[in-house]
Write a protein that binds this ligand. Structure first.
Ligand code: FAD
Length: 217
């Protein structure tokens, strides 16, 4: 399988980086082709706007989706967008590795999403969900939290699946991806060294069979 892994963490020695590196080495060992984007290392510029394009269709009134459709026809996306779009089109499975920030993705990943999943190329009228351009591809979120698991099963924080729903449904499934159950590591800073090693080991074991996993409910 062709697999794209995105990392959104500023620290190379973080646990998120360890999850990312574990995924790369496991999947490569299994014979998969792996491409990556390490957003902080690449100093990815996440602010989406006029700078997404080398040329604008309407410089008097900026409307991103109109400009995206124009840019697709004219090949006027900035190179950092084109290179990410090529990787997404190339892959058969995509993994996003990130720490939960304010019940969501870190801003650098949100900016990447806002910039790369452009209208006309990744979604369009009628080209969403089952008919999306990414139908047939798989996606998985690999997330760490600061809060303990017990807070994510009751009403205190809300169930983790409801927190991830906007990402699962509003982004990935909207685009056509089939989403499998997320890998969630709760309260990672409070785990012992041994527990963290076990988490990495379990992640590796899960990835070995990821091709056969069915999609989330
Ligand atoms: P790290 O602190 O990098 O790692 C944890 C420990 O693992 C460290 O001791 C590290 O040395 C160790 N480690 C690293 N590599 C390995 C390895 N190979 N083997 C064993 N151990 C290793 N939390 C929530 O629950 N909900 C929120 O909404 C939320 N919002 C946040 C918003 C912001 C802006 C920020 C900064 C944090 C927020 N948090 C939230 C907390 C955040 O999700 C956690 O701090 C994060 O998930 C921890 O992951 P990490 O990779 O940064 O951990």
């Amino acid at each position: 399988m062709k697999i794209l892994i995105i990392l959104a963490h500023p620290e190379e020695k973080s646990f998120n980086a360890a999850m990312f590196n574990t995924a790369i080495s496991t999947l490569e060992k299994e014979g998969h082709e792996v491409k990556t984007t390490n957003l902080y290392r690449e100093n990815y510029q996440p602010v989406s706007g006029k700078g997404n394009f080398t040329q604008l269709k309407n410089a008097d009134y900026f409307k991103q989706q109109d400009e995206e459709v124009f840019a697709l026809q004219q090949s006027t996306f900035m190179p950092d967008i084109v290179s990410e779009q090529e990787k997404i089109e190339w892959c058969e499975m995509m993994i996003w590795q990130f720490p939960l920030y304010w019940f969501s993705v870190p801003a650098i990943l949100k900016g990447w999403i806002d910039k790369v999943f452009t209208m006309g190329k990744f979604y369009d009228n009628g080209k969403i969900f089952e008919n999306g351009f990414s139908a047939g591809k798989k996606a998985i979120l690999s997330v760490t939290t600061g809060g303990p698991e017990k807070n994510y099963v009751d009403d205190r924080y809300g169930n983790i699946n409801s927190i991830l729903f906007p990402i699962h449904r509003g982004i990935l499934e909207f685009l056509g991806f089939s989403v499998v159950q997320p890998e969630v590591v709760y309260s990672v800073e409070r785990l012992s060294e041994e527990e963290r090693n076990r988490v990495l080991d379990n992640w590796s074991k899960r990835l070995i069979n990821i091709e056969r996993e069915i999609t989330r409910d």
